[in-house]
Design a protein around this ligand. Sequence first.
Ligand code: UTP
Length: 223
Amino acid sequence: MKIVYSLGGSLLADQDRDGLLRYANELKELAKEHRIYVVVGGGRYARKYIEKARDLKVSEAFCDMIGINISKVNAILLMAALGDDAAMLPEDYFEAAQTSAPGKVVVMGGVALGQTTDAVSALLAELVKADRLVIATNVDGVFSADPNVDPSAKKYDHMTPKKLVQIAMMTEMKAGSKSAIDPLAAKIIERSSIPTAVVNGRELENLKRGAMGGHQGTEIRSK
Ligand code: UTP
């Protein structure tokens, strides 16, 4: 199977050595049998630096640039934990596809302004014709509203790509904004009917379950 993961930056940046190694070992295990690609997000460090830059009155695109670079730093940190099992850091999608090899985990960060790493993961999944896209985040799936703000928010167990696009279109598009899902990611998932799971990546087993089934997150598929 080809599996593309979008790993929220907050999942990694808050980990100590053992935590990072746990994520790395899980991915190494998966890479023994499957082709694994991981796109790492910027997390709270990206937001922190973006805030500082915004205070200096730079543009949103400038802030995106900061987010992209912090996501790359997080990707390099995961590569440090993967050791020899990490493929060379790709600069773009085509390099990511080319550097994939049995037993190696391809890790990358952001690539282009005006989007998030969810969009990068969806585009990579589309390019390599992935069997599964797993968006591992710090909430339990896709909700009707932000569960951290609205306690009455309802989690969707299943949804169509079309519904995902509708939800994504309601989210704010500022650099570093805490969106449930990036509109570009949702549109790519829709146009290529990419089988996708949105799971809570704080529970390590969800990486495997998101790909193989049996997860408690949100499954996105056409009816
Ligand atoms: P993230 O992908 O980390 O955003 O990118 P996120 O949805 O907040 O994900 P978490 O918190 O890691 O789960 C952080 C910011 O970096 C810029 C955007 O400004 C984004 O909001 N970015 C990232 C880009 O402009 N392009 C990219 O390809 C990736």
